[in-house]
Ligand binder design. Sequence first.
Ligand code: G3I
Length: 388
Amino acid sequence: MLVPGTKHAHSSRSDFGVTKQAHSRREFLTRAASAAALGHFGTTALSGVSASATPKHIARGRSATGEPIPYGAAVRADALAGDASYRAAIVSNCQFIVPEGEMKWPDVRPSRAEYRFEKADAIVDFARMNNIKVRGHTLAWYGGMPAWTDDIGSRAEAERELVTHIESIVGRYRGIIPSWDVVNEPIEDWPKAGKVLRPSIWTKHLGPDYLRIALRAAAGSDPSVQLVLNEYDIEFKGPRFAARRRALLELLRQLRDSGAPLHALGLQAHLFADREIDRDGLQSFLSDVKAMGLDILITELDVVDYELPGDVAERDALVAGTAGKFLQAVFEVVRPKAILTWGLSDRYTWVPTYFKRPDGMPNRPLPLDAEFKPKPLFAVIEEFRRNA
Ligand code: G3I
């Protein structure tokens, strides 16, 4: 499903409509106090968001049962810099943002010797200026690795690169980023006996140890951070998805038994309206994960609509209905600590890169349309995060 990219970010632009400059570690630390007070997505974490930090329409809609579940979206630094309507929509709707690519290896490590944080810093800065929190994404992934990492030639070198990278980026945002997708998509597309972990530069040199190494490096770089393992395609009906749930559960148990630090499972939830949610399979899986003491986050929700009817009203209803079925199944077992969509508006979405519609019409996978108007999907998310 995912295509490795080799994005190279050289822009030093960090203009989100407020005065910006490159930030040193010291400057970040100075700002860290308020972020640290918020903790991570644990039980106490987000209840710390002050009323003044909460967008007005959020405060107005607060449910009688307590704080709504925090909502957030993946963002793009270039769009934040250049699109005032996008900035406004993020500020009015998001309590969290997560960089869609700006904290991935190709952006941060375009070459072995180089660390580039301009775009990541710009997003963190935008968030801070607007009282929005940031999730980090991602540290150990098979995909989107810069070409130079193919030259890594030994176990010692791989461990050194992985650990140094994690210490650099998690350390840079220590006390500022409360939650990191440390491990992304570790499970094979269709796991089979003896072939469960997805091959990567990390499995090549470190085998399954890469998971513990990454988690420990992140924990050591910021002991307060919420450590998340993030995975996709675990909610649907069918043998491939059942195999993925079994493999993931087994992996989580192995990590627990080995004493690896891990706090939460991220359900990416890139849904497809033509794939049936396996309510029983998902719920049994979530019960087991919950019993292990792990929190659940929904990290990348959207609904891929490339095979849905062209009619916009019909399509939007199917998209919202698909998300509703998924959220219903999840909420019957566990209240997620956060709900994030992979983008806020249809104006900026990864979906057409891989799932362009055959009829040429724009994809509509996200809560706001391309003009930032709320769609039925927005209402479904609001309903669950406030009232469920
Ligand atoms: O920045 C370059 C640009 O310079 C170049 O001209 C262009 C040519 O294709 O590529 C640009 O980089 C692309 C980058 O997105 C920024 O747009 C990469 O090719 C492309 O591979 C990359 O795709 C991202 C993908 O992860 C791989 O990193 C998607 O935007 C992003 O939405 C997607 O996000 C993933 C999550 O990390 C994990 N879960 C699934 C999710 C969706 O696939």
